[in-house]
Write a new protein. Sequence first.
Length: 272
Amino acid sequence: MTAVAIPHAARRRLAGWTPPQVTARALHVWRRNRDVYLNVWRSELIWPIVEPLVTLLALGLGLGTFVELESGQDYIDFVGPALIAVFSMWTATAECGWGSYTRMDSQGSFDAIIATPVSVDEVTTGEVIWGATRSLMGVFYIMVMVTIMGGIDSPMALLIFPLALVPGVMFSAISLAYTAIARSVSSLNYFFATYVTPQFWLSGAFFPLSELPGWVSVVAWFTPAYHVVRIYRALAAGDPQAEHLIDGLWIVVVAAVAYIIAITMMRRRLIK
């Protein structure tokens, strides 16, 4: 990948960190990704729909018939809302992982875009917004499946969809921050194997963490998916508590920090 050359004065200005400089031009990046998606949407629908559906059938209606929770809650009610959280995490992370890396390195799209008046910060923002959009789409698909299978007990679950934008931004920004330092597409495997997959299984989505050693719950608390699972599960049950406001605040703070880190890392990657 070739970096875009910029004047010496601009390099000197960017040597010291500056706040994100973002305008509505970031939406052009989002539209570019949207237009590409609309040309290939049939193939793109396979994974976001089939895998969650198979998981719901296998766990919610299959294994779930043999699982008895201490709370007395049906397993489909326990696992269904959590799958909305963890699979939308996968969607956003994959889009800003493999998808963004391909656009940045293999296709050279980022270099071409920042050769126009669109800045690196706006490319980064557009990518994060697009990742969040894909995440919202995943939330919709999975919520429909969970509702059909009886895993939603309250109309408050409808609040999941608008609220899902913030976790979508968070997961997208975290993924893009790593993508910015990845030196090959295969190095993304480290990120998914050591960060995404452990969250998928240890976020409390599939079993109560209270049944595991105490240190597991401590570690899980610091993972983003854990807090998203708690909020979605509470809304699906119609039982949000004040403690879930802490989960929401945690997500907002991490989303903001991850976005700043993604901006910083992309500047270093694309501006030399």
